[in-house]
Design a protein around this ligand. Structure first.
Ligand code: ZN
Length: 133
């Protein structure tokens, strides 16, 4: 998926997971999610194989275990997990369950029209979720 799709999914997904949270924690968690939703694709900056080691679920799990008392790190782990889940919906897929080699694939083409529809649909669903009486 595209970076902007990851940001939208990471931020809105994390907001949906914290109904009733106080505003300060919600903002800190969401800021962490915004960062975390971009972390896996730092492999492109580091020039290591794309959708490899940075897309393993073990890393956000480690962050979550180590940083469970810190809202920013919880948000970072959630954003990271949502990034991996979103990439798993693409045709290219990924192998998130290291050391297992199962490739998880979806139906979306990165940058394709369906990705836009998916992200817009996810945004609409979340807006409905927050606005419903
Ligand atoms: Zn990615």
């Amino acid at each position: 998926m595209m970076k902007k799709s990851h940001l939208v999914i990471g931020i809105l997904g994390t907001l949906a997971l914290q109904p009733g949270a106080n505003l300060t924690n919600m903002l800190i968690l969401t800021a962490g999610a915004a960062v975390g939703s971009t972390v896996p694709d730092w492999d492109l900056i580091l020039h290591i194989p794309h959708r490899g080691i940075t897309h393993w679920l073990i890393w956000p799990a480690v962050v979550l275990l180590a940083g469970h008392a810190y809202p920013f790190l919880i948000g970072l782990a959630l954003g990271w997990i949502l990034h991996i889940a979103a990439d798993a919906l693409t045709v290219e897929g990924l192998r998130p369950f290291w050391p297992l080699t199962w490739r998880v694939r979806g139906f979306l083409t990165t940058g394709g029209l369906m990705e836009y529809f998916f992200v817009i649909g996810a945004m609409g669903s979340l807006i409905y979720y927050f606005m419903k009486p």
